[in-house]
Design a protein around this ligand. Structure first.
Ligand SMILES: [Zn+2]
Ligand SMILES: [Zn+2]
Length: 252
């Protein structure tokens, strides 16, 4: 049955120990439920936060939980949603073509946001790889790096979707997407792919901007220091996977 689905497919939780996040996946699901979300995906960095128990918990709340991950490939972030088999073999951006299939969605998150690990100019070499470009939550009325992403999406006929990239609970619900599709793994992916998406997003106001800077800047400084210390010893981040993946169609 086709319905309007409130969706956020870019969310982080405390299970990702590379980030300092207070809420775990269950607390996130509670918050998503309280805000009436129908579909979410937990996209922690280079790890899976998805298992049967979590799926069952989401199912009880009426939420469809899709497997997801925010992969770091060649130092760039890529969201992979849905069927994740074969992901361990991805070492280079070109390896992502092996994941290009109906049950897997490839999203370019925050593509042109500076100081993030967005694809930036690399996106132009891989435009045929991505199903969707993300409209990043992080912008103000004056400064909005999504404008270039919108131009690229329009020129290339690529759909866009807005998600929260939440690291804090207060961020959830600020940017999300309404999808027109079936409440199933396949229905959600096909709605996004076909552009049956309405973005619901608003620029950061002064208070939200201050709160965002408060958590983003210390994190960036920490990562820069970390990268400087590691420089020379590591060319690319190689994903580590700490949770077992399972086919979402067998659960939730
Ligand atoms: Zn990212
Ligand atoms: Zn993210």
């Amino acid at each position: 049955m086709v319905e309007i689905l409130k969706a956020d497919l870019h969310l982080h939780t405390a299970e990702d120990r590379s980030e300092s996040i207070e809420h775990n996946a269950y607390r996130l699901l509670d918050e998503a439920h309280s805000q009436g979300f129908d579909v979410i995906s937990i996209t922690n960095h280079d790890m899976f936060t998805f298992n049967r128990k979590l799926c069952e918990y989401a199912g009880k709340l009426g939420i469809l939980l899709l497997p997801g991950v925010e992969l770091t490939v060649e130092g760039r972030h890529v969201l992979v949603i849905g069927e994740l088999s074969g992901i361990r073999q991805v070492k280079r951006l070109k390896d992502l073509y092996k994941l290009k299939r109906e049950q897997t969605l490839l999203i370019a998150p925050h593509p042109f946001f500076p100081a993030s690990r967005g694809l930036g100019k690399s996106l132009f070499a891989y435009l045929d790889l991505f199903d969707v470009l993300e409209y990043s939550h992080c912008y103000t009325r004056l400064i909005n790096y999504n404008r270039l992403a919108v131009r690229v999406a329009e020129k290339e006929g690529l759909p866009m979707a807005s998600f929260s990239d939440s690291h804090k609970l207060w961020q959830i619900g600020r940017s999300y997407s309404l999808l027109l599709g079936d409440r199933t793994h396949e229905g959600v992916l096909s709605a996004l792919r076909s552009g049956a998406v309405q973005m619901v997003t608003r620029p950061l106001g002064p208070l939200a901007l201050i709160r965002t800077i408060q958590w983003i800047v210390p994190g960036l400084v920490g990562k820069l220091l970390d990268n400087t210390l590691k420089r020379g010893s590591q060319k690319h981040t190689v994903p580590e996977f700490t949770e077992t993946i399972m086919d979402s169609r067998n659960a939730g």
